[in-house]
Design a protein around this ligand. Structure first.
Ligand SMILES: *Cc1c(COP(=O)(O)O)cnc(C)c1O
Length: 373
């Protein structure tokens, strides 16, 4: 066989772990949907991006930073980490920056997981974590949701059995939007095997009630809090997030992270956005109002939304088949939404809550699509 005709996996020898992975695409992006349809989407409400946009102060800071784009960003992220440390009452050495939570999830998996090591998460939880675990050869152990919530008790039991180095929980959760009280999380942490760390994904912390947020426990060294500027701060495209973690773990990441991976525009934008508290508060208030509107929309259709502490709602379509049909019908009308991947969560469609004019249009489209399926 000439080398041109040989299948790629004969020509190159990937690492054992990567070679054994099935081909996978964790997300079909809206851009791919637009290319497929040959036209632009009318509503992009499937990925929990903030259609309110970034704060005006963040945008101005980013425009200014763009003029300095010929310089690398500060690889120590000093000013932003200092501001975040103040916000959370921890030391700068307990803050690690990443190009989004997704990046940090990969780094923490790489920091801890040897091939074959057990890792614990929920079945149907945020998929990017699993993607990284598989990419480093970890072994996933999952427990089903219970009543549309991650089942902390079942996670606790499986963690005590498997003694994983990493347990992953998103609170508030994606894809359902539900949340646990911090006391329930504290009980989970207290019960974890000695060498386990809880990766607590708090992408939606800005939208959550105070009681949902576990205090940073940098001394106990059992919890890593993951936060992002992608959701309430409206900077998903800038790719910037952070971890609040024990100093030893932050130093561990320093051995493996991409030191210039966070661009200076994102650093400037995040710092300015942190300072624009009233803008973020106004987004959070507007989202709360929008969740109420979508709950009433669901009611008028004879169904419900799952109570949410995030910038999205899971609207119950009744069955997985009906939810899939609804997602398809909405896409045909130029509306991008997503749905959970596993039963029984997949009876819902997940809709991001945006500004009022968008909500009015979305409600019309959902009403129409609801009749069609
Ligand atoms: C959106 C989301 C992320 C991704 O955050 P980035 O900072 O944009 O990488 C991570 N976790 C959950 C639960 C999310 O919903």
């Amino acid at each position: 066989m000439s080398s041109q005709n040989r299948p790629m996996h004969d020509r190159w020898s990937f690492s054992q772990i990567v070679g054994a992975l099935p081909p996978s695409v964790p997300f079909v992006p809206p851009e791919a949907l637009e290319r497929r349809m040959g036209c632009a989407l009318r509503l992009r409400v499937g990925a929990n991006e903030s259609n309110f946009g970034a704060s005006p102060r963040a945008r101005a800071a980013m425009r200014e930073a763009a003029d300095g784009i010929h310089w690398y960003g500060d690889p120590e992220g000093y000013a932003l980490r200092e501001a975040l440390a103040q916000k959370h009452g921890v030391h700068r050495g307990e803050i690690a920056l990443g190009s989004g939570i997704d990046d940090l999830l990969g780094l923490f998996v790489r920091l801890f997981i040897n091939p074959g090591d057990p890792v614990v998460t929920s079945l149907g939880a945020y998929p990017t974590f699993n993607y990284h675990v598989e990419g480093y050869g970890g072994r996933l152990h999952t427990v089903p949701y219970r009543d549309d919530c991650e089942d902390l008790q079942a996670l606790d039991e499986i963690a005590r059995r498997e003694e994983p180095k990493l347990v992953y929980v998103a609170n508030p959760d994606n894809p359902m939007g539900t949340w646990h009280h911090r006391e329930a999380l504290a009980a989970l942490v207290a019960n974890l095997p000695e060498r386990s760390v809880l990766l607590l994904d708090e992408a939606y912390a800005d939208f959550a009630p105070e009681e949902a947020l576990l205090d940073p426990d940098v001394n106990g060294a059992r919890v890593v809090h993951l936060r992002t500027f992608s959701k309430a701060h409206g900077m998903a495209g800038a790719r910037i997030g952070y971890a609040i973690a024990p100093r030893a773990l932050v130093e561990g990441l320093d051995k493996i992270r991409n030191h210039f991976g966070i661009n200076r525009v994102a650093l400037a934008g995040a710092l300015a956005s942190l300072g624009d508290v009233s803008y973020i508060d106004s987004v959070v208030a507007e989202v709360e109002q929008g969740r109420g509107e979508y709950a009433r929309l669901a009611q008028s259709l004879g169904t419900r939304t799952v109570p949410s502490a995030t910038n999205f709602v899971a609207l119950d379509a009744g069955s997985g088949t009906r939810a899939r049909d609804l997602v398809r019908a909405l896409l045909e009308r130029g509306v991008f939404v997503r749905m959970p991947s596993v039963a029984p969560l997949d009876r819902c469609i997940r809709i991001t809550v945006g500004p009022a004019p968008e909500r009015a249009l979305l409600a019309d489209e959902v009403r129409t699509a609801w009749q069609e399926v």
